[in-house]
Design a protein around this ligand. Structure first.
Ligand code: SF4
Length: 284
């Protein structure tokens, strides 16, 4: 269905979102627009093969529930794409237990197998406990352990790829953080397909929401009832990412299109970056 813009409203139904370009879309036109955007991203960046044993990293937040919901639709249309969800329980009291309940509920309702692995069982300590013992920034240690565990368990489950819920805002933040920290080598690992493509030790991570803005993902998740409450990790306030996120949100408000500009120009340079850092690239 072609979306017709009439006085910037897609139709006579109540709009649920205004896009960056100004169009206002109702629920059904927005769902169509958003899902088509994700399917197009998958095709454009060749994220999926004809047959996949696909894992989806599920936190129970808006991004991962959205990517799982859409990939699950795809899997129903194409049974050769098999879906399994993986969740990591870092052990963050009052937060992760709630999002894991949401994740489990979604998987139960949709007949998706959910595999939950915990820091406590795998490493001997919850993240909360680690932070009491070690003098480290929460997200740096948490991110490294999570990526390690996701990769290890994806290999054990014999997954061909692992989809994550990273969206365009996340990518713009990562690009800017790496620039500010003069760590351009880390940017070579970004993009819709993460890291080294042909390495048996790593299950390739893919980002089907790569071109979707956070506000679009949030809208999709809420209007489709994927979750009813927004939960945020209590540690996020301590992160450098949160500061970059706030800065970019401010820039986007003043100069709409800023985040797309960052990601689109980055995509132009990514092949050169990957080439330059090919020898050093590791998928962490
Ligand atoms: Fe871990 Fe930081 Fe994410 Fe919290 S915000 S789950 S501490 S990476």
């Amino acid at each position: 269905m072609q979306i017709k813009i009439n006085n910037k409203n897609c139709c006579s139904e109540k709009p649920v979102i205004q896009l960056t370009a100004g169009e206002k879309l109702c629920k059904s036109h927005f769902n169509e627009y958003f899902e088509n955007k994700v399917f197009k991203t998958i095709r454009q960046f060749d994220l999926l093969g004809k047959e996949e044993n696909l894992g989806v990293a599920l936190s129970g937040g808006k991004d991962s529930l959205t990517v799982l919901a859409i990939l699950n639709k795809l899997s129903r249309q194409n049974p050769k794409i098999k879906i399994t969800a993986i969740a990591i329980d870092e052990g963050i009291a009052g937060y992760r237990d709630k999002t894991l309940d949401t994740a489990q509920k979604f998987c139960d309702e949709n007949g998706i197998q959910l595999n939950i692995f915990s820091y406590k069982k795998e490493f001997g300590f919850t993240l909360d406990r680690m932070l009491k013992i070690l003098n480290v920034k929460p997200c740096s240690i948490c991110g490294v352990f999570r990526r390690y565990l996701l990769n290890k368990k994806s290999r054990e489950l014999k997954l061909t790829k692992l989809a994550t819920g990273h969206n365009l805002d996340d990518e713009a933040q990562s690009i800017m953080m790496n620039q500010m920290k003069n760590n351009i080598g880390a940017s070579a690992r970004l993009g819709p397909k993460v890291g080294i493509i042909n390495d048996d030790k790593f299950v390739q991570r893919i980002k089907p929401l790569y071109l979707c803005m956070e506000k679009e993902v949030t809208t999709y998740a809420f209007i489709n009832g994927l979750l009813d409450k927004f939960n945020e990790c209590p540690n996020v306030v301590h992160s450098f990412r949160a500061q970059v996120r706030d800065m970019l949100n401010g820039m986007e408000q003043k100069f709409p299109g800023t985040k797309h500009g960052i990601v689109n120009s980055f995509l132009e340079t990514l092949p050169m970056l990957k080439e330059k850092f090919r020898g050093e690239m590791v998928q962490v």
